[in-house]
Write a protein of this length. Structure first.
Length: 211
């Protein structure tokens, strides 16, 4: 999964994004202001609202029958919210909000699915190395600072199984159901995107460097 477009809060900037009444009471707008271009970091807590999927295109290998597809579509945001919680609690305590709940502090993570396509496992089996049968996932992510009542990050994401073959890997489904892998990979990518040094590069302990 890759981030394809990003909007970051900048000094004196302003967003025209609408505010969900469930999340902010009495607000009239989302103000995006930071200090000298420094991005938001280290939230006190992270709240996750299952992403909207009602207008998303949902197709491909997602269910055993067409009759089951509406159920799979309705549960996809729940599955993704759980994946997100597992990843983002590496940054701060995280929880999934119920419909009747609103965040009190920290960050609110929500968004919208645009496309959830499970692809075709049989096509991946025969011509997966050439891109046949590939899955695809497209979504929009919004990070809101609840304490300041402002959107601090917004970005689009896209990806999928791409040119994987029949065997798959720990990150790719092969002949399995690709969307489950795509959702987990997306949650991990969001964590990496919002972390200052997710791979801990350059970190050391008890090492003396010459002056």
């Amino acid at each position: 999964m890759y981030v394809t477009k990003t909007d970051v809060a900048t000094p004196g900037g302003r967003s025209v994004a609408a505010i969900d009444a469930k999340d902010f009471y009495g607000s009239k707008g989302v103000h995006m202001i930071t200090n000298c271009g420094v991005g938001a970091y280290e939230p006190k807590a992270i709240y996750i609202r299952p992403f909207c999927i009602d207008t998303a295109v949902f197709r491909g290998d997602e269910a055993l029958s067409d009759g089951e597809m509406p159920i799979r579509k309705a549960l996809a945001p729940v599955e993704f919210a759980k994946d997100l919680k597992e990843q983002l609690e590496k940054i701060a305590p995280a929880r999934i909000l119920k419909d009747t709940e609103a965040p009190r502090t920290g960050w609110l993570v929500d968004g919208t699915f645009t496309l959830v396509d499970g692809g075709n496992p049989y096509a991946r089996f025969f011509l997966g190395d050439l891109g046949a049968g590939q899955s695809e996932l497209v979504l929009h992510v919004r990070i809101t600072d609840v304490d300041r009542g402002m959107v601090v990050y917004e970005f689009d994401m896209a990806g999928g199984s791409r040119f994987q073959g029949r065997h798959g890997t720990v990150r790719a489904s092969g002949l399995g159901r690709a969307t489950h892998f795509d959702l987990v990979n997306t949650a991990e990518r969001i964590y990496i995107t919002l972390s200052t040094n997710p791979y801990h590069y350059g970190e050391r302990a008890n090492i003396s460097l010459p002056e």
